[in-house]
Design a protein around this ligand. Structure first.
Ligand SMILES: Nc1ncnc2c1ncn2[C@@H]1O[C@H](COP(=O)(O)OP(=O)(O)OP(=O)(O)O)[C@@H](O)[C@H]1O
Ligand SMILES: [Mg+2]
Length: 254
């Protein structure tokens, strides 16, 4: 069974009586632990795809199945529970809460998910902060750390409930190139530990970390490139993957 499956998903926005089709007949299967990137022109529907597949927003028609469970039939409360337990999000602008420390931001979804074991939750948060290299910043206010550090905290928050899949919408988009590289290494590492990733990005270097790259055009999945999983993870291999992807994108006129 696929981890996540989209069956003929379409989405239309209605504003002032006008209808804008934004997703059209999306068919997609994401396996357990897969790492997939989504590229495509601005306005092609990438963010909408992520919101719709993750249960943050609803399809107009079609079905979204997470571990075989149809999200399109769930009411708001049930959907919120699914999101809290099975899905993590990382955005370009970190969406952390002001007036909370990094640690409090990270553990918040665990309390919201009804976690009662305070010690276990704090241990898990500590583990994640160690992994992402921000353990010593636990008590800092979010205004007192860098963008790269905020994104690490956002990643910890997204992972606190051990989701099956992590959705990222341009998570490196607001970072300088060194921080972006560090965040990508971290995401690749998280994926190797078993979490599936669906990542929207404009950056071929970032996209080429994935095993499959989808290309969106006018609300459709127009093309797919299979790069396979990196073998060695060496810089040479990464450069080769990136140039293979860039060539493919050029062939698509992108
Ligand atoms: N709430 C909304 N109401 C009406 N139209 C919307 C809404 N949200 C998005 N759209 C439209 O849907 C289309 C796809 O938007 P989306 O944000 O998914 O594109 P994107 O591929 O993520 O673009 P970008 O690369 O610029 O982030 C755009 O034409 C956008 O204007
Ligand atoms: Mg977008």
């Amino acid at each position: 069974m696929a981890l996540l499956e989209a069956v003929d998903v379409s989405k239309t926005f209605r504003n002032d009586g006008r209808e804008t089709p934004v997703l059209q007949d999306i068919r997609l299967r994401i396996g357990q632990g897969e790492f997939i990137s989504v590229m495509g022109p601005s306005g092609s529907g990438k963010s909408t795809l992520l919101l719709t597949l993750s249960g943050l927003d609803r399809a107009t028609s079609g079905r979204v199945l997470l571990k075989g469970r149809d999200l399109t039939n769930l009411d708001e409360d049930a959907l919120a529970v699914v999101r809290l337990h099975h899905v993590g999000f990382v955005f370009q602008h970190f969406h952390l809460m002001r007036n909370l420390t990094l640690l409090d931001n990270i553990v918040l979804p665990a309390w919201l998910a009804g976690g009662r074991d305070r010690e276990r939750i704090l241990r898990r948060a500590e583990e994640l902060m160690e992994m992402t290299g921000i353990a010593r910043l636990a008590d800092r206010d979010i205004s007192q750390v860098s963008g790269g550090q905020l994104q690490r905290a956002a990643i910890c928050r997204a992972l606190i409930n051990d989701p099956d899949i992590l959705f990222g919408d341009e998570p490196t988009g607001a970072l300088n190139s060194q921080s972006a590289r560090d965040i990508m290494r971290l995401l690749a590492d998280i994926n190797r530990r078993g979490t599936a990733i669906l990542l929207v990005t404009h950056d071929p270097r970032v996209a080429s970390c994935a095993e499959r790259v989808l290309f969106m055009l006018d609300g459709r999945l127009a093309a797919e490139k299979r790069l396979g999983r990196p073998a060695s993870g060496s810089d040479d291999e990464q450069r080769e993957r990136e140039s293979e992807l860039t060539e493919w994108l050029a062939g698509l006129g992108f």
